[in-house]
Design a protein around this ligand. Structure first.
Ligand SMILES: NC(=O)c1ccc[n+]([C@@H]2O[C@H](COP(=O)([O-])OP(=O)(O)OC[C@H]3O[C@@H](n4cnc5c(N)ncnc54)[C@H](O)[C@@H]3O)[C@@H](O)[C@H]2O)c1
Ligand SMILES: [Zn+2]
Length: 367
C-alpha cells in the first residue's frame, strides 16, 4: 500500500509497504522503449522477484538479459564498474529513452545514477533504495557519483531519478548493523525538523523489526531531506544543514581509514558531538534522549584509541568548508539548527574530550 507520495522537481517519490505494483502503475512505463535493471546478486535474490513480478503484472515481463549485477562493496563504486555497465547497456541495445531500474543501497544507486546521467547524455532512471540509509538520504536529491583511488565521490553529477519507490519490505532482510547506521540519518532529519519528529525518532525501538509500522514516521524523515533539497537543489546554502553531524563523522571515518565505522555510525557520533557543541555555545541541553538513541545503536569500539588532536585536525579539512573556515552545523534545539563559520579550537577540544569521556563510560570496548 502507498502511504505517501510527493513530487520533487522532476521526480515522483512513493513511500509505502509492499507497494511496487501500485507505484509502478503510476509511472507511465509506456513512455520507455525498453527496461534495464541494475542490482547486486544478493539484494536481487531477496527482492528482485517481487519487483520483477510487479513489472510483469503490468505487462513488462523481465528476463535475465535485462539485469546487470554489480559486485557488493564501496570499492566497486568505481570508473571500472561505470564503464562496464555502460558497455553492457550498449550491447543490450539501450537507447536514451530506455529506463534504468535500480534496486540496491547507496552504492548501487550512486553508481547507476551516474551511469543514467551520462549514458547517451542522459537516460531516465527509477530507484528502489534497499537500505535505510539510501531511503533516507541517497535516493533523494539526485546526487550521483563514483569514487577515485584518491577519494570518495570525486566524480559525479546531479541527475534526479524519474521515480523513487521507498518500500519498507526491503528492510526486513537488511542486517541490524545497517539498519542502525541508516537510522542515524533519519534521526538527523528529526533533529533538523523539530520537536515532534525528533521525539518520534527517539521512539523507534532499537530492536524494531516491524518496519511497515514505522513507515509513516520514516516517510516524514524522507520528506525532510526532500524539502531541504527543494529549497537548495545544488547545495549552495540550505542544503548544508544536512551536513549536521558530518564534520566529525568524516574526520572519524578518515581517522579509522573507513574500516571501523559504517558511515551512519560515524554520523551518530557526530550528532552527539554537534549537540554537545551546541550546548557549550548556548548553555543548555536541548537534546534529552539523544545519547541513548545513538549509543544503543553503536557497535563496540575503543574510544581510548582516538587521537583527539588528529581528529580535530581532520575536521579542518572537511570539504564543505568555504574560505578556509569550517562551517559547523550547530543544533541549538529541535528544528533550530544554524551554520556557524568557524568555532574556536579550544572549545572544540573541550567538547571532544567530554565526548570521549562520555563514550568511554557507555560504549563497550572491543576485546
Ligand atoms: N547520493 C547521495 O546523496 C548519497 C547520500 C548518502 C550516501 N551516499 C552513498 O551511499 C553509499 C552507502 O550506501 P549504503 O549504506 O546503502 O551501502 P551499500 O549500498 O553498500 O549497502 C550496504 C550493504 O547492505 C547490502 N544490502 C542492501 N540492501 C539490502 C537489503 N535490503 N537486504 C540485505 N542486504 C542489503 C548491500 O549489498 C551492502 O552489502 C556510499 O557510497 C555513499 O557515498 C550517497
Ligand atoms: Zn550521511
Amino acid at each position: 500500500m502507498i502511504l505517501d507520495q510527493f513530487e520533487l522537481h522532476q521526480s515522483r517519490i512513493f513511500l509505502g509497504n509492499t507497494c511496487y505494483a501500485e507505484a509502478l502503475a503510476l509511472c507511465d512505463l509506456d513512455r520507455y522503449t525498453k527496461l534495464f535493471f541494475i542490482s547486486q546478486e544478493q539484494v536481487w535474490g531477496f527482492h528482485g522477484r517481487v519487483l520483477s513480478d510487479a513489472f510483469a503484472a503490468l505487462g513488462y515481463p523481465v528476463t535475465e538479459d535485462q539485469i546487470y549485477f554489480m559486485p557488493d562493496g564501496e570499492r566497486f563504486k568505481s570508473l571500472e564498474t561505470f564503464g562496464a555497465v555502460q558497455q553492457w547497456l550498449v550491447a543490450q541495445g539501450a537507447d536514451r529513452r530506455s529506463l534504468l531500474v535500480v534496486l540496491g543501497g547507496g552504492v548501487v544507486g550512486d553508481l547507476a545514477g551516474f551511469v543514467a546521467a551520462t549514458y547517451m547524455r542522459g537516460m531516465p532512471w527509477l530507484y528502489v533504495p534497499t537500505t535505510l540509509l539510501a531511503q533516507q538520504d541517497a535516493s533523494i536529491g539526485g546526487k550521483t557519483a563514483v569514487n577515485l583511488p584518491q577519494g570518495k565521490n570525486l566524480v559525479g553529477c546531479f541527475w534526479e531519478p524519474s521515480a523513487v519507490i521507498v518500500d519498507s519490505a526491503v528492510l526486513r532482510t537488511l542486517p541490524r548493523r545497517q539498519l542502525n547506521a541508516g537510522y542515524m540519518e533519519f534521526l538527523k532529519h528529526g533533529m533538523l525538523h523539530g520537536p515532534e519528529l525528533y521525539q518520534a525518532a527517539l521512539d523507534v525501538p532499537v530492536d524494531s523489526d516491524d518496519w511497515a509500522a514505522q513507515m509513516p514516521v520514516l516517510a516524514r524523515g524522507v520528506r525532510v531531506k526532500a524539502e531541504v533539497v527543494r529549497q537548495d537543489p545544488h547545495e549552495r546554502n540550505q542544503r548544508r544543514l544536512l551536513n549536521l553531524g558530518h564534520t566529525l563523522a568524516h574526520a572519524l571515518e578518515s581517522f579509522t581509514e573507513y574500516r571501523q565505522f559504517l558511515h551512519g555510525e560515524a554520523v551518530g557520533i557526530g550528532l552527539l558531538f554537534a549537540a554537545m557543541l551546541a550546548q557549550r555555545l548556548g548553555g543548555q541541553d536541548s537534546w534529552p534522549g539523544l545519547e541513548k538513541a545513538v549509543v544503543s545503536r553503536l557497535p563496540a569500539f575503543d574510544v581510548a584509541a582516538w587521537d583527539q588532536n588528529v581528529l580535530l585536525d581532520l575536521t579542518q579539512r572537511d570539504k564543505k568548508g568555504i574560505g578556509g573556515k569550517i562551517a559547523w552545523i550547530i543544533p541549538r534545539a529541535p528544528g533550530d539548527v544554524v551554520i556557524v563559520d568557524g568555532v574556536a579550537r579550544p572549545l572544540l577540544e573541550e567538547t571532544l574530550s567530554e565526548l570521549v569521556g562520555r563514550l568511554a563510560n557507555v560504549v563497550p570496548v572491543v576485546g
